[in-house]
Design a protein around this ligand. Structure first.
Ligand code: AQP
Length: 333
C-alpha cells in the first residue's frame, strides 16, 4: 500500500548517529519504495525555538539537506525543502494552537527536558513546538511519520489535535490522523559518555556522539573513549538493563549491521570490550565515512543545495497552500 510520509530534522548542527539510525536510515528505506510519496523537511522554524546564530543556521540548513541526500534520499523522488520557505506551516500552527489545550502541552516531556530548571526563561516557541510539528504533518495529509522514540508523545498529541479540529469544525476525517513509524528496536541511541541520556546534537561534549561529518580517525577515537563497565561483554540480554553502556554499544552495532541484539550478544559473548570496540569502529566507519565524505563534497556546492531546497519548497507549497485554504474556509475566514 502506498504511504504518504512526512518527517523533519532540525538544522541545529552536529547531526549524529542517533539521528541517522533513529530516523534518517528509515527515511531512505521509505524513499526507496516506489509507491511512497515522501516529504522530508529541514525544520528551521523548529530550530529557532532555541537561540541560533543566523550565519550558523544558514549553514546548518544546507548541511541538513546535504545529509539527507548523502544518506540516500533522492531529491527527484522525494520532496526536500526547508520549512520557513512555506508560509502555510506558521499559519496552520497558529490556527491549531487555538484548538490545542494548555493541559495537553503541559504534559510534554521534551519541553520539560529542554527547558530545564528555569522554565520561565524558555521561549514560547519551545513550549508550543509540538503544535507546529502537528501543523507540519497535517498539512500534507501524511499517513505515516517516521521518527525516533523521543518523538512518540508529540505524535500522539498531533493525533489529538487533528481529532479535536475535526470535531470542533464538524469536518469528520478532514485532518488525517497519522501513524507513527518508530523502529521496534534501537529507536533511541544513547550518549557515548552517559547511557542514561540520549545522543544529542546539543550535548556540549563532542565525545558523546558520532557526528555524521566525523572522519574515520574521529570515529575510532570516540568509540575507543566511549564509556563501558569493567566486566567482559555480556552473555545474555536479560542483564542488559543493569549494563546500559554495553546495551547502547551493542544496540548501535546491531542497528548498523541490521542484525538482532541476540545475534550481536552471541558474537561477542565474554570477549573484552577492546575487541568489540575495534569491530564496532570498523562497521561504523564503513557506514558513516562515505556519508561524511559526500556531505563535505555537497557542501562545496551551495548553489546545488539551494536549488534542491527551492525546487522542493515550490512542490511543498503547492500541497500545503491547498490545505491551508481549506482549513481557513472551515474556520470561517
Ligand atoms: N539519540 C537518538 N536516537 C534515535 N533517534 C534520535 N533522534 C534524535 N536523537 C535520537 C531522531 O532524529 C530525528 C531528528 O531529530 P531533531 O533534529 O528534530 O531533534 P531532536 O530529537 O531534538 O534531536 P537532538 O539530536 O536531540 O537535538 P537537540 O540536541 O537539538 O535536541 C527525530 O525523528 C528524532 O526522534
Amino acid at each position: 500500500m502506498s504511504k504518504k510520509i512526512f518527517s523533519g530534522v532540525q538544522p541545529t548542527g552536529n547531526l549524529h548517529l542517533g539521528n541517522y539510525l533513529g530516523a534518517i536510515k528509515n527515511f531512505v528505506e521509505l524513499n526507496n519504495k516506489i509507491d511512497n510519496e515522501c516529504v522530508f523537511c529541514v525544520v528551521d522554524l523548529h530550530a529557532i525555538t532555541t537561540k541560533q546564530e543566523p550565519k550558523e543556521l544558514k549553514k546548518n540548513i544546507r548541511e541538513t539537506a546535504a545529509t539527507f541526500i548523502a544518506s540516500g534520499i533522492d531529491p527527484k523522488k522525494s520532496i526536500i525543502f526547508n520549512q520557513s520557505m512555506v508560509s502555510a506551516h506558521a499559519e496552520c500552527a497558529w490556527i491549531l494552537s487555538c484548538v490545542s489545550r494548555i493541559g495537553w502541552l503541559n504534559r510534554m516531556t521534551q519541553f520539560k527536558e529542554k527547558a530545564g530548571k528555569d522554565k520561565e526563561k524558555a521561549s514560547i516557541g519551545l513550549y508550543s513546538y509540538p503544535v507546529l510539528m502537528a501543523a507540519d504533518i497535517l498539512l500534507y495529509d501524511a499517513t505515516h511519520v517516521p521518527v525516533g522514540d523521543d518523538q512518540k508523545q508529540h505524535l500522539e498529541l498531533c493525533r489529538d489535535i487533528a481529532q479535536k479540529f475535526n470535531n470542533d469544525f464538524n469536518a469528520p476525517e478532514f485532518l488525517r490522523t497519522p501513524e507513527p513509524l518508530i523502529q521496534k528496536e534501537f529507536s533511541r541511541i544513547m550518549s557515548l559518555k552517559d547511557a542514561q541520556k540520549k545522543m544529542s546534537k546539543s550535548d556540549p561534549s563532542d565525545l558523546s556522539r558520532i557526528n555524521l561529518t566525523d572522519d574515520k580517525d574521529q570515529i575510532a577515537n570516540k568509540i575507543k573513549k566511549a564509556k563501558t563497565d569493567p566486566l567482559p561483554m555480556p552473555s545474555e540480554s536479560s542483564i542488559l538493563s543493569k549494563r546500559p553502556e554495553a546495551e547502547n554499544l551493542l544496540s548501535i552495532y546491531s542497528s548498523v549491521t541490521n542484525q538482532s541484539l541476540e545475534k550481536s550478544i552471541n558474537e561477542f559473548n565474554g570477549k573484552n570490550f577492546s575487541e568489540f570496540k575495534e569491530k564496532l569502529s570498523e562497521i561504523i566507519i564503513e557506514k558513516i565515512e562515505p556519508i561524511s565524505k559526500e556531505i563535505k563534497r555537497l557542501l562545496k556546492d551551495e548553489r546545488y543545495l539551494d536549488s534542491i531546497l527551492l525546487e522542493g519548497s515550490k512542490k511543498a507549497d503547492r500541497i500545503a497552500s491547498k490545505k491551508i485554504i481549506e482549513i481557513k474556509e472551515l474556520v470561517g475566514f
